[in-house]
Design a protein around this ligand. Structure first.
Ligand SMILES: CC(C)(COP(=O)(O)OP(=O)(O)OC[C@H]1O[C@@H](n2cnc3c(N)ncnc32)[C@H](O)[C@@H]1OP(=O)(O)O)[C@@H](O)C(=O)NCCC(=O)NCCS
Length: 151
């Protein structure tokens, strides 16, 4: 399994397709709803894909909100590959990427079902998030990835 950033149109299309299948289709959201305004026009956005034998089986997006904070969104792992550490590895990879950019704090919104995964990765609930598709409650979680050094 490798984790990389998509680098051609074909990989971007496959990534968005996986995003739609896992995150939007189950909520009866139409094709196209898997992209938001950041995907169209923001430069401080980075995409990550997990690949096995040339197939994209996991994805997540990292967006730099400002110099102090980044945001992870659209974490999705193909049904056939769940429970094998793909999601955990993607998040770890993004955290190291963020550390490389000097971003000390990561936030994300999670539904109840995914909360446990992020608690295991030391994210803490810091508030309520927006409703997912105007229906499901989300929690906002955060994690310090560059702990403050004390003298
Ligand atoms: C949530 C999701 C990304 C997890 O991906 P995954 O590759 O199966 O997760 P991992 O195998 O890396 O699991 C990491 C840890 O979280 C735990 N975990 C993962 N999903 C969990 C769940 N739904 N409930 C409880 N624990 C879960 C695993 O047991 C594992 O713990 P361990 O390290 O102690 O064994 C995947 O199930 C998915 O795509 N779900 C649908 C989309 C979704 O909910 N995305 C998250 C949006 S916030």
């Amino acid at each position: 399994m490798i984790i990389k950033q998509p680098c051609c149109e074909e990989e971007f299309n496959e990534m968005y397709n996986l995003r739609w299948k896992i995150l939007n289709h189950p909520w009866n959201q139409p094709k196209g709803s898997e992209k938001d305004e950041i995907d169209f026009c923001n430069e401080r956005v980075f995409y990550f894909i997990s690949m096995i034998k040339g197939q994209i089986i996991g994805t997540a997006r990292f967006h730099v909100n400002n110099e102090y904070e980044g945001d992870i969104k659209y974490l999705a792992v193909h049904d056939d590959y769940r429970g094998q550490g793909i999601g955990k590895n993607l998040i770890a990879h993004i955290e190291w990427f963020a550390i490389g950019l000097g971003i000390p704090y990561i936030t994300l919104n999670v539904i109840k079902k995914a909360q446990c995964l992020f608690e295991k990765l030391n994210y803490q609930i810091i508030g309520e998030g927006p409703l997912l598709f105007n229906e499901e409650k989300q929690y906002k979680m955060g994690k310090n990835i560059i702990p403050l050094l004390t003298c």
